[in-house]
Design a protein around this ligand. Sequence first.
Ligand SMILES: [Zn+2]
Length: 192
Amino acid sequence: MLVLFLAMLAPTSVTLDVPIYLVAELKPSVLAEALEETERIFEPGDIRLEFDLAPELRSTRPLAFVVVQARPARFKVSPACSRGLHDHRLGHTQLSSRRLTLWTEQVARAVDGNWDRQGLPHVDDQVYARALGRVLAHELGHLLLRLNGHRDGGLMRPTFSHRSLIARGRGAFRLSADDLHAIRAALEGIEP
Ligand SMILES: [Zn+2]
């Protein structure tokens, strides 16, 4: 009886369907691992992400959609770049259109850590996937929290260091309990 009672109290998971439009070339295995990393970051809040890699035209606008591109169309020097030569943006979220953009070449450079290198760096697939997944989770956080700014720490902090992006553990990419709660509430609100 107690078991049944506890089961009834346990929160059920909420699911977000996320179409992905792949413009940049990305190995399927890297993409799959990246999306798994993103899913894991939302798991503690019982928030499930279902990524649709072959999206068809929908009658209703999705709550979020992802475009995977190589690099930003317009170069913008990052304030984090002391030499003023590099664009360090890794991803972007447009709250009004619900569009998330993930820039694969930029993330590869961040993983490599050497922005001065000519040409694309060769990075370890597993580490690259991990970094891509973390950047995507951050952008999703902006959208689901309707957050234009950033938090002091965790997933929604303003910048990711090279070291934390490639680290095996994802402790530095947690969402706070309040943020997880807010995301759940937002997703439950739109479910029929
Ligand atoms: Zn951000």
